[in-house]
Design a protein around this ligand. Structure first.
Ligand code: SF4
Length: 56
């Protein structure tokens, strides 16, 4: 299950850019999981997140 730790997320938008199928920007300016699915791009998003807010 993919999760975004909102306490860590700084809203840089990288995960949404890299993996729009799974992540979206929430109204709070932080990333949220749009769809919990298996996708290759999740790993890339995890690697690209500057604050390690994404876990799987
Ligand atoms: S890459 Fe990380 S810090 Fe940036 S929006 Fe996504 S979860 Fe937040």
């Amino acid at each position: 299950m993919v999760k975004v730790d909102k306490n860590k997320c700084i809203g840089c938008g990288k995960c949404v850019q890299i993996c729009p199928k799974v992540f979206k920007m929430g109204n709070d300016g932080k990333s949220a999981v749009k769809k919990n699915t298996k996708a290759e791009c999740i790993k890339d998003a995890i690697d690209s997140c500057p604050v390690d807010a994404i876990s799987e």
